[in-house]
Design a protein around this ligand. Structure first.
Ligand SMILES: C[S@@+](CC[C@H](N)C(=O)[O-])C[C@H]1O[C@@H](n2cnc3c(N)ncnc32)[C@H](O)[C@@H]1O
Length: 267
């Protein structure tokens, strides 16, 4: 595998997408993510594409209709996670019926032994706002499985929602900076348990899981840039409120989210 892109969502690209793309680009993280995924490569008819955690998103259906891709969605829609939130009082079955252009597989990615998804089959495995919901200890297994699902030359294109380290104030920023600057000081188990602590930590875990040498700390995803650069896309506040409600958060400082963008290609 090799790196095609490691970056954070930024407003310059978001507004360019809004101006130039044929889809309706919402001015929030999901709007950025779909547009970024769309622009990350040239899509061809017949390509096999898997959306991990696609749920009720219309983006996979768009790929099927606009480009003639054979698009799959792997998501258990909360049925196996015992989390009612993801079912959102909607019926997955009704949704599947309305979208025969997309193949829905009611399962989670992460365990090839329990999966019906064909290995080495997909040209692209992508996700938008899904991988941050994977429990920390399963993150390496999910990335390894996704690597095995793509064929040689295939791509992994993932946008992961990440809390700003600055949400915890200066003490959190300093500890995040130390964590990123001296990663070898923390045991692997600790780094995995805190997978979303910083963009660099998550990136290194993903890279290791797919058999790559972990990247050196990069300016582009540095915690200071993420928290202080006004060009970084931050989730609008009404979405922050949704998260506060969903996760029963009691510390309301913790609402600022950005998006980490990881694009790898298989040799
Ligand atoms: C925020 S929601 C859906 C986001 C969706 N991609 C969109 O753009 O609207 C996150 C989804 O990830 C799914 N999910 C979490 N872990 C997963 C896994 N290991 N494999 C597949 N789906 C997963 C959940 O069931 C949930 O539907």
């Amino acid at each position: 595998m090799f790196v095609r892109e490691i970056s954070l969502a930024d407003t310059r690209r978001l507004f360019t997408y809004k101006k130039e793309l044929p889809i309706d680009v919402a001015l929030n993280i999901k709007g950025f993510d779909y547009a970024w995924i769309l622009k990350s490569r040239t899509w061809h008819s017949g390509e096999k594409v898997l959306d991990v955690g696609g749920a009720y998103s219309s983006f996979p259906n768009y790929l099927s209709k606009a480009f003639g891709c054979e698009t799959w969605v792997a998501d258990d829609f909360g049925t196996k996670a015992d989390d009612e939130y993801w079912t959102r009082e909607k019926s997955p079955q009704e949704h599947f019926k309305k979208h025969p252009e997309t193949k829905y597989v009611l399962e989670r990615v992460g365990n090839p032994d329990e999966s019906s998804l064909p290995l080495g089959y997909f040209d692209v495995v992508y996700s938008a706002s899904a991988l941050e919901h994977v429990p920390a200890e399963l993150t390496p297994a999910v990335w390894k499985h996704m690597k095995d699902l793509v064929k040689p030359g295939g791509e992994l294109i993932h946008a992961i929602d990440m809390l700003m380290p600055s949400n915890g104030g200066l003490p959190k920023m300093v500890s995040a900076w130390l964590f990123d600057s001296f990663p070898w000081l923390a045991p692997t188990k600790f780094k995995v348990a805190h997978h979303l602590a910083t963009p660099a930590n998550y990136t290194r875990i993903a890279e290791k899981a797919i058999g790559m040498k972990p990247s050196v700390p990069m300016k582009a995803i540095n915690i200071w840039r993420m928290s202080l650069d006004p060009e970084i896309v931050v989730e609008p506040m009404d979405y922050g409120w949704n998260r506060i409600r969903k996760d029963n958060m009691t510390d309301y400082r913790h609402h600022r989210f950005g998006s980490l963008l990881l694009h790898f290609k298989k040799e």
